[in-house]
Ligand binder design. Structure first.
Ligand code: SF4
Length: 363
């Protein structure tokens, strides 16, 4: 049995402009001791999904199922959920200043995290706080434990937040864009640290990021999200070597030096859609270079493809249309020829009309 099993998770927010459909029927599993990378652009529903599991989306309409060690998280009362948060499932965020209170010393905050869930004297909790800061490689932890968050560098604050998240040795750590605000060297150090901590503590991790390159360093498997849905899911090797979904293909081509990019950065054209007005059929169709008439009309199911065991993709291209090289793209192109009719003609006309009028173009 998986440590966490999420099925058909749906999250929406009623707003004055309409209903924001942030997550639409998402399913995934996290195995004990493994790392799942959840990747997608801003607004793809990655963070909302994670926050919903922990009851941190007030005002949202949530349905589906999220079973953690046999317990249905979505049915738990807030007081029970609070016991799970921190002790069983911990979360770290992009901005440590939003998690670390600026008014309290770092050590005090780690002590409180420990003492909220465990009967521990203040002295013992402080001793543990120093050890935790040492474990995340903060120099002079006996001194830094008395520092205020603003007295630490960005990288050190992030390490302190990791220490706080690990204080209760959770079984699952959710890291939401854990290194986005940091420079590349510190980013690499922190990802290495997280990977090391994971192995040492035997915990599972969900790493949420917009950076597919980043998950390559830590993830066992990858879930690519687009417009609130799973686009592709596979073992990390299959995602990098034989992606099926054109969105995954596009994310890979936009990584500097990635295979199949021909040494050039090839950005995905257009913008992610509004989650209030999601395009019909496959939500990626306005941006997809392989869009066919069926894509505009019908939403593709999440089905197995040829990239390897457990490789699933939500795309109308044939199951063997995998790969990153020019030959794979040519095969995709051959398949779509003859499957483009009036729907694609209308789409192209709308796009050139929007361009001519200075509007936002998709595609
Ligand atoms: Fe592109 Fe169609 Fe696949 Fe969507 S279903 S990713 S539009 S080819």
């Amino acid at each position: 049995m998986s440590l966490l099993s999420v099925r058909d998770l749906t999250v929406s927010f009623p707003t004055s402009d309409g209903v924001v459909r942030a997550v639409r029927g998402l399913s995934f599993d996290v195995e004990a001791g493994q790392t799942l990378g959840i990747v997608g652009e801003t607004g793809s529903g990655k963070s909302v999904s994670a926050l919903s599991l922990l009851g941190l989306n007030p005002g949202a309409d949530i349905s589906g199922s999220a079973v953690f060690e046999g317990t249905e998280l979505l049915a738990l009362r807030q007081d029970k959920l609070r016991r799970v948060r921190g002790a069983e499932i911990a979360m770290i965020f992009q901005d440590p200043l939003s998690s670390l209170h600026p008014y309290y010393r770092v050590g005090w905050q780690i002590c409180e995290a420990i003492r909220t869930h465990r009967r521990t004297s203040r002295e013992e909790a402080m001793r543990q706080a120093v050890e935790l800061l040492r474990m995340v490689s903060i120099p002079q932890p006996e001194r830094r434990v008395h520092a205020f968050p603003h007295e630490l560098s960005g990288g050190m604050r992030q390490r302190a937040m990791i220490a706080m998240a690990l204080a209760l040795r959770p079984k699952l750590l959710i890291a939401d864009e854990p290194t986005t605000a940091l420079d590349a060297t510190v980013q690499a150090q922190l990802m290495e640290l997280l990977g090391g901590m994971q192995r040492e503590l035997g915990m599972a991790m969900i790493v949420i990021t917009h950076d597919l390159g980043l998950v390559a360093t830590v993830a066992d498997s990858v879930l690519v999200m687009y417009a609130g849905r799973g686009a592709e899911r596979a073992d990390y090797r299959a995602i990098f070597r034989s992606p099926h979904h054109p969105y995954t293909r596009g994310l890979l081509a936009s990584i500097p030096g990635a295979a199949g990019s021909g040494g050039r950065l090839v950005p995905i054209v257009g913008q992610p859609p509004s989650l209030i007005r999601i395009p019909s059929g496959c939500a990626f169709h306005p941006r997809c270079p392989f869009a066919m008439d069926v894509c505009v009309r019908d939403q593709p199911p999440f089905v197995p493809v040829r990239g390897g065991e457990g490789h699933l993709s939500a795309c109308w291209l044939p199951p063997d249309a995998v790969g990153v090289d020019a030959a794979a793209d040519a095969a995709r192109q051959r398949f779509v020829e003859g499957r483009r009719g009036p729907a694609i003609a209308r789409l192209r006309a709308a796009i050139s009309g929007a361009r001519a009028g200075g509007g936002v173009a998709h595609g």
